[in-house]
Design a protein around this ligand. Structure first.
Ligand code: TRP
Length: 328
């Protein structure tokens, strides 16, 4: 039986942070044998946060370098830019007829954007954001979409659009699957200040940070505010560093929990330990990154080859869509 397909993507905002890694990328890598993966650089979606295009390509290369360094294998997982496959915009247009304006206005991520942006700056593309995302996913007939938790509303909209298309144009022989969102336990790894990890908040650990940087950053991480002195008893359940231990140092969790509560373990040592675990995980990634940094053409080639493969699938799907719509 053919492998099920994964389609997932990220907006190119440059170097990735640990939140991007544990929320999505790590999962992509784990699943690349079991599924047929496709990964897109959402370089049109990124226009919804910044219209200037000067840095998109550079940011794309940085991000794909991180994908590759972390272990995404271009042979198994083609990687490509959304802007290079015209079928995304074509399917987006068709899909935009299949979902109501009211439904898109109820999308919770739109509401967040309205809050973050000045309301007058809201454009038509913001409303259509999940429609383009649905086109991204369904163009490759993605069965599963491993993403951060924040993206689940978009997967729901994708499922609705798939259903709508199938009922309208292909009632006996559905064209599109209804994709499932796949969320990890750490889909929302908090930043060093305890808030959402985000580059704009300056609270991130990058996948490309060296050991010393990680150590310095962790030193400033928030812990239990009631644990003021080294031997005060602490409350792991409110401590950010404990959350990181959960993810990056699961074996020592019982000891850390006990020693933090009893006051034997101070925050400085606890943080040093955590930094060293994160660094151990990052070593091979940093090592691999050097190869790509020395020869960025390797990354460009990965994209070019990924785009050739993606186009084949995209054309097939669009042919099918046009046939079902009697526009073939
Ligand atoms: N909206 C996603 C994000 O901001 C990026 C994205 C675009 C995406 N197209 C996609 C994710 C398709 C999964 C599938 O993270």
């Amino acid at each position: 039986m053919a492998k099920k397909r994964i389609l997932s993507g990220m907006r190119p905002t440059g170097k990735l942070h640990l939140g991007n890694y544990v929320g999505a990328l790590e999962n992509w890598i784990k699943l690349q044998d079991e599924y047929q993966n496709y990964h897109l650089v959402a370089d049109y979606h990124v226009l919804t946060t910044d219209l200037s295009t000067e840095e998109i390509y550079q940011n794309t290369l940085e991000m794909v370098t991180d994908w590759l360094s972390a272990g995404l294998d271009p042979e198994k997982s083609p990687m490509f830019r959304q802007s290079q496959i015209k079928e995304h915009t074509e399917l987006f247009l068709i899909f935009s007829m299949l979902i109501t304006k009211a439904r898109l206005e109820r999308n919770p991520t739109l509401k967040e954007q309205v809050r973050d942006l000045n309301i007058e700056n809201l454009v038509y593309g913001h409303l259509g954001y999940p429609v383009l995302q649905a086109a991204d996913i369904l163009l490759y007939k993605g069965d599963a979409v491993p993403v951060g938790e924040d993206q689940l509303p978009h997967i729901e909209i994708t499922r609705e659009i798939a259903r709508r298309f199938n009922t309208q144009y292909a009632p006996n022989d559905p064209v599109f699957p209804e994709p499932e969102g796949m969320v990890t336990n750490f889909a929302r790894l908090p930043g060093l200040d305890g808030h959402r990890m985000s580059k704009s908040l300056g609270n991130v650990i990058l996948l490309s940070d060296d050991a010393e940087t990680v150590k310095q950053k962790l030193r400033k991480a928030v812990t239990d505010p009631q644990k003021l002195r080294k031997n005060d008893p602490g409350r792991p359940e409110v401590c950010l560093v404990f959350t990181y231990h959960n993810k990056f140092n699961p074996e020592e969790i019982p000891v850390i929990e006990k020693d933090c509560r009893s006051g034997v373990l101070g925050c400085v040592d606890c943080k040093l330990n955590c930094a060293s675990k994160i660094n151990t995980m990052l070593v091979p990634i940093l090592e691999k990154r050097k190869t790509y940094e020395k020869n960025i053409n390797l990354v460009k080639d990965v994209l070019n080859e990924g785009e050739i493969k993606a186009k084949v699938i995209a054309r097939q799907t669009m042919n099918e869509v046009h046939q079902k719509m009697k526009m073939g």
